[in-house]
Write a protein that binds this ligand. Sequence first.
Ligand code: NDP
Length: 284
Amino acid sequence: MAIIIDGKTVSASVKNSVAEECRTLFEKTGKKPGLAVIIVGDDPASRVYVNNKKKACELVGFVSREYALPASTSQEELSALVKELNSDREINGILCQLPLPKHLDEKAVIELIAPEKDVDAFHASNVGKIMIGDFDFLPCTPAGVMEMLDYYNIEIAGKECVVVGRSNIVGKPMSMLLLHRNGTVTICHSKTKNLKEVCRRADILVAAVGIPKFVSGDMIKEGAVVIDVGINRTADGKLCGDVDFAEAEKVASYITPVPGGVGPMTIAVLMKNTLTAFKLQNLL
Ligand code: NDP
């Protein structure tokens, strides 16, 4: 049976070290890191994520500001807010909760956030920096996966790493981070042929597909490390990942559950990124 990689424990450890450094920096400077979270409309999932981000800020000792805008907000109004926050010295990180209502241009909003305050690491400038391996912030979910692998002392160098999914927020940056750590990386997507065979090569298999139980036990090599990024709902409303957990745990050496796996890591890394932004902006 696989060892369960406990995202709650790892995320608590990351948040504890952020909180500790935040206290030390406050004693030194009298200032606290500040995170602004913008939410447009009333998507219930987004509301849960924003509330969790607020709670995490309180826990680590950050200033958190929420800007809840109506679904009817125009691009100009949203842009004006981002510009205002870009020059607000109390705010070190800006996050615009996605998805935005359909009439708004997400890409334009992301590109308007000052790169030094882009704690999601979605801005083209930060994405480019990740590509060349010279970055300030790492995208929260993939960086959270790396934190988990490190916490459990899982070796990456020289390992066959297969990432299923190539989105800009998970699959692509995940592949890049594994590559930076000397993994031999294969990226799969909806046009990949022989997916099962490719997945069965993996020592480390990352699923970021968005389809419940997409990765079955027979797609996993005996002893592989299985990381399930997926957050899906089954027909009866239960949370489930992209991996068939019951099958996979019999084959894998380590596995992340859903919930309680990668999910809690994303916010922990967001806290870490906001602290980094604070230090960079205050030359600490
Ligand atoms: P996207 O929908 O943006 O990307 C899904 C990827 O899966 C695409 O690259 C797609 O390929 C690929 N895919 C779809 N069907 C298949 C298939 N049959 N075979 C192989 N590949 C396939 O999703 P995200 O990357 O944004 O999210 C993935 C999952 O992770 C979701 O469940 C999401 O909820 C979750 N998530 C969890 C987070 C967390 O904090 N834990 C944070 C972000 C996301 P193609 O490019 O060819 O279409």
